[in-house]
Design a protein around this ligand. Structure first.
Ligand code: V1S
Ligand code: CA
Ligand code: ZN
Length: 396
């Protein structure tokens, strides 16, 4: 299958793929946008293209309590490990005094097997980090991770355990500097906050920003880390706040310009790239006009830097488009993006779910009418200017 489709292992280059199908069995609830089914659909499309033959495939284990505690507080982990879904009933003021840490609301519901789900996501990310650290992988992929909102002792925005922070902490045992890049449509607030006080991690998030009407409401252009005199992490948080409807062309220009400058100045020894697919056009929660090609171009740009890299998943609430993006990005990792057919494989399971039989639907196919673009070129130049000035404060 792999040979007939032209997919072969990249020479002298190892890509590892980390997943745990048990994760896909967990459910946040009927109306909740986070559907683990998107992982099933993504994996099945990746396998249908024969890409597993070009990667080292690992069934990941659950992270241990001690591994989760490398970032999270033990009080929070103990509560997460013991709280039951039945704890949900609330009083007349919609409060439940037994619930804490932002758990049990509509964004972060309690469900059966929650702790296992969280530890599996963190396990995939940690295994990916260890493959990078041991230099057995050049790129390690963990599409089940990327849960960037979770805090040390708080769940937030569908995220309970911050697998990215845990993986970066592992990278820092070996690498002096890690660059975190986040192309999810939401601000990567949890990762940013975790590394606010170190100059060994630079965080960069591209996101829709509207402090009043778009979750989580943080990530303004001039939020660049606490600027106290003694904070080495000052200026090491880069935020790229965007408006609705940004296009592939504009995003590509911004991404290449900003990441190019950061890499030149910060000289990262490893990259953690969160590839949240809710920045694609037609996403149930997102607002951008990105296509699979534009989203993938970010992965391609990072791959060309030739720096060890972990690819994380993240958001993505229209499963057919999530599957397309992560499949295309897997093909970029194994360097076969020019070899795979843009027509979805005939034998792909759930092929009818994709509506169109192409890996690259047009904006018209996705949306009918594309979302209005509210990102004037002048504003994008101001953003680049701000980041350029910010980087003057970063020691190289
Ligand atoms: N946008 C959005 C959105 N939609 C929901 C939601 C909808 C239906 C449900 F049954 C449950 C929740 N919540 C939100 C956002 C959180 C977005 C999290 C994105 C996560 C990620 O992609 O970045 C990474 C995995 N929450 C809110 O907007 C908060 C509310 C303020 C409004 C919505 N209600 C349901 C909760 C409170
Ligand atoms: Ca982001
Ligand atoms: Zn998101």
């Amino acid at each position: 299958l792999a040979e007939s489709s032209g997919i072969t292992r990249p020479k002298g280059y190892n890509v590892s793929f980390h997943c745990n199908p048990e994760m896909e069995k967990h459910h946040f609830g009927m109306t909740h946008p986070m559907k683990p089914w998107r992982l099933t659909l993504s994996k099945s499309l990746i396998y249908s293209y024969g890409m597993s033959f070009a990667m080292d495939n690992y069934l990941t284990r659950a992270a241990t309590y001690e591994e989760l505690a490398s970032f999270h507080s033990t009080d929070y982990l103990d509560f997460l490990g013991t709280v039951l879904p039945e704890a949900v009933p609330r009083d007349l003021e919609n409060q439940n005094p037994d619930l804490k840490y932002n758990l049990g609301g509509s964004d972060c519901p309690l469900f059966d097997g929650l702790y296992d789900y969280c530890s599996m996501s963190a396990g995939s990310a940690l295994d990916a980090a260890r493959k990078i650290v041991s230099q057995q992988s050049d790129i390690a992929i963990a599409w089940g991770g990327g849960l960037h909102h979770a805090k040390k002792a708080e769940a937030s925005g569908f995220c309970y355990i911050n697998d990215i922070v845990i993986a970066i902490l592992e990278l820092l045992r070996f690498y002096p500097r890690v660059l975190y890049i986040d192309i999810d449509v939401h601000h990567g607030d949890g990762v940013e906050e975790a590394f606010f006080s170190t100059d060994r991690v630079m965080t960069v998030s591209f996101h829709k920003y509207d402090p009043n009407n778009f979750f989580p409401g943080t990530g303004a252009l001039d939020d660049n880390g606490p600027k106290s005199e003694h904070n080495p992490g000052a200026h090491h948080a880069v935020n790229v706040p965007l408006n609705d409807g940004i296009t592939d062309e504009q995003y590509d220009m911004l991404f290449n310009n900003i990441i190019g400058k950061i890499v030149e100045k910060f000289r990262p020894s490893a990259i953690a790239l969160q590839c949240g697919a809710d920045s694609l056009a037609g996403d149930r929660l997102g607002r951008f006009n990105l296509q699979v090609q534009g989203h993938g171009a970010c992965v391609e740009f990072c791959k060309r830097l030739n720096i060890p890299m972990i690819l994380f998943g993240g958001g993505g609430y229209t499963p057919r488009n999530v599957a397309r993006a992560w499949t295309y990005e897997t093909s970029i990792a194994i360097n076969c993006q020019d070899k795979i057919s843009p027509i979805l494989p005939e034998h792909a399971p759930w092929r009818e779910q994709f509506r169109q039989d192409t890996l690259f639907p047009t904006l018209e196919q996705i949306l009918g009418e594309p979302r209005q673009n509210r990102n004037p070129q002048k504003r994008l130049q101001e953003i680049i200017q701000h980041v350029t000035e910010q980087l003057r404060f970063v020691e190289s």
